[in-house]
Design a protein around this ligand. Structure first.
Ligand code: PEP
Length: 253
């Protein structure tokens, strides 16, 4: 059975104190409200990783992820953080290919394929983001466009490695805009992606791949989106910065 996952992407937000407060609140609510069967992943900026992980402690169901990793193994790459370093700090997941990385840091499908392999080689589970721009959605070519992102960055992985991937479908026009894909639009794309995965890796692997929706997901719309059969949770930006909102999204299944 595939996992239900709600991952919070803090992006470049939160001072040390703010991050500690947010994490403590989430951890306490997660325990007090008896959340079951939903993995919550906190993806803070790099310096928060160690202290946030400490606060999470051994609470089952909450994991720590990073927002990016280097495509390089190690060495003279000032400012970069390798998958190996992340793994050594107990990081479990890493977001790869977020549209903001693709757009502002020129990360293309080929580079992302290398990052995915680097993450997997070090035992991290990639949360691989894909999604189309508004122009592509308007032109009606969103489905082939997003499938191509998967093909280019993921489809030379072995079945064993592919099984460790979490997919996040994030239409770019919905990220941080307050404009959400409808639940039906999300379902349509998730089903198309699952079929695409099935065509390469077979029905079982496709059925076991968690596909998350991202793009202005909030406590008001999460329940309807998560009720769709091929939506296995969310990658949450803005709403992950407020503990109550993040928890209400987690409890929307
Ligand atoms: C994101 O950054 O992955 C995201 C989905 O952001 P938001 O929820 O703010 O749209």
């Amino acid at each position: 059975m595939r996992k239900k996952i709600v991952a919070g992407n803090w992006k470049m937000n939160m001072t040390f104190d703010e991050g500690q407060k947010l994490t403590s609140e989430i951890v306490n609510m997660y325990k007090d409200e008896n959340v079951k069967d939903v993995i919550a992943i906190l993806n803070p900026p790099f310096p928060h990783i160690f202290p946030v992980k400490k606060l999470i402690g051994d609470v089952e169901g909450i994991s720590i992820g990073a927002q990016n990793c280097s495509d390089k193994e190690a060495g003279a790459y000032t400012g970069e953080v390798s998958a190996k370093i992340l793994a050594s700090f107990g990081v479990e997941y890493v977001i790869i290919g977020h549209s903001e990385r693709r757009e502002y840091f020129n990360e293309d499908n080929d580079l992302l394929a290398i990052k995915v392999k680097e993450a997997l080689a070090n035992g991290l589970k990639p949360i691989f983001c894909c999604g189309e721009s508004l122009d592509i959605r308007t032109a009606g070519t969103h489905e082939p466009n997003v499938k191509f992102q998967l093909t280019q960055s993921l489809f030379d992985l072995s079945p064993e490695d592919f099984s460790k991937i979490v997919i996040a479908y994030e239409p770019i026009w919905a990220i941080g805009t307050g404009k959400t894909a409808s639940a039906d639009e999300a379902q349509e794309m998730h089903l198309a992606l699952r079929r695409h995965i099935s065509s390469k890796y077979g029905k079982d692997i496709a059925a076991n791949t968690s596909i998350l929706y991202g793009g202005s997901c909030n406590p008001k719309n999460a329940q309807e989106i998560f009720s769709k059969p091929d939506v296995d949770g969310g990658l949450i930006g803005g709403a992950s910065l407020k503990s109550r909102d993040f928890m209400d999204i987690i409890k929307s299944f």
